[in-house]
Design a protein around this ligand. Structure first.
Ligand code: SF4
Length: 333
């Protein structure tokens, strides 16, 4: 069952005494927001705005919108990070799944024993269980390393595009074990580390090998780069979400493409979708510096749409270099 750290929300409101607040959460937690909002209003008599748009990650804070609304605080639920506040008014609120990994470990231990040393990683919802699982695996004779946090991440934590705790221990482990039930995160660990990656799902008590699906993603990422190589006109898409906004990176890609004689159109978007992309008829290929997973996991684009690490690989190709392990990186943004 998902537990949201509501106590922190209520304490922050008590301390800062805002007149208006905003709350946002990923789709999987949206169902809890109306109830939380009702209880906040009842206790404090303040205005609560539920941010109804999609909220993908800690990159998707709402400082600017909250400011426009006049809300002194914005609560972003479900994205644990290593610091408390993002921007001038966003407070991160943990949401944990309290299911136990005990049964899943008992059931999967024989499969795990093929590895001498494993790297243990997980995402926000299961981070509070990582030390428990480490102890359990060590009791069964498996050496376990939890990588140090970096960027926004705590020890052992990964996002869909940020992998410091996995990346820096990848040479010391035989495989990574991801705790949880998210192929999205597991595929990210596999591609960014280049190591065998398995996931232990505490709900089904199964172990999932992510090798095949990761290989498939990588193949498609390479295919898009190969197609983009022959593009003459590029659409360079600036991601407008707060944590993705990076004009410097986009303009440096623009400069490098123009030096190679390519034509470039700058575009700004909050969400990169095939429907929006389809309006740009004269463009042969796109590079987007918003969420890299839109390119790596999205198959619906008719033209190549490259993420930042794919763009780096493309630029290297255009420079006459070989394609390297362009996804083996600690951070894809
Ligand atoms: S950029 Fe994409 S993968 Fe990275 S945190 Fe945001 S939504 Fe997640």
């Amino acid at each position: 069952m998902i537990k949201i750290d509501e106590l922190k929300i209520f304490n922050e409101i008590r301390t800062h005494k805002p007149k208006k607040i905003c709350i946002s959460a990923p789709d999987g937690l949206m169902m809890y927001l109306e109830d939380i909002s009702t209880r906040i209003t009842k206790e404090f008599g303040i205005d609560v705005f539920i941010m109804g748009d999609s909220c993908y990650g800690s990159c998707d804070t709402t400082n600017f919108d909250a400011k426009r609304i006049g809300a002194e605080l914005a609560f972003n639920i479900g994205h644990t990070i290593s610091f408390e506040k993002l921007g001038d008014r966003t407070i991160m609120i943990d949401a944990f799944d309290d299911i136990s990994f005990k049964g899943a470990i008992e059931k999967t231990i024989n499969d795990l024993k093929q590895f001498k040393t494993i790297g243990l990683v997980t995402f926000s919802q299961y981070l509070h269980q990582i030390e428990f699982v480490k102890r359990k695996l060590e009791e069964k004779g498996i050496r376990v390393i939890i990588g140090k946090g970096g960027g926004q991440l705590r020890d052992g934590q990964i996002f869909g595009c940020e992998f410091y705790p996995a990346f820096y221990i990848r040479k010391d482990v035989d495989a990574f074990i991801v705790l949880g039930n998210s192929n999205f995160h597991g595929i990210g660990v596999s591609l960014s580390s280049g190591k065998p990656t398995l996931m232990i799902d505490p709900h089904t008590e199964e172990i999932i090998n992510l090798e095949e699906v990761s290989k498939d993603r990588k193949k498609k990422a390479i295919l898009s780069i190969s197609k983009a190589r022959y593009a003459e006109k590029f659409g360079l898409v600036l991601g407008l979400k707060e944590g993705q906004f990076d004009t410097k990176k986009l303009l440096s890609i623009k400069k490098r493409l123009e030096e190679k004689g390519k034509e470039v159109q700058l575009i700004a978007m909050r969400e990169v979708t095939s429907e929006r992309i389809a309006y740009f008829k004269s463009i042969d290929a796109f590079i987007q510096t918003s969420c890299p997973r839109v390119s790596i996991d999205g198959y619906t684009f008719k033209k190549p749409v490259l993420s930042a690490p794919q763009a780096e690989a493309l630029l290297d190709l255009l420079d006459g270099k070989e394609l390297d392990e362009f996804l083996v990186k600690p951070h894809w943004l």
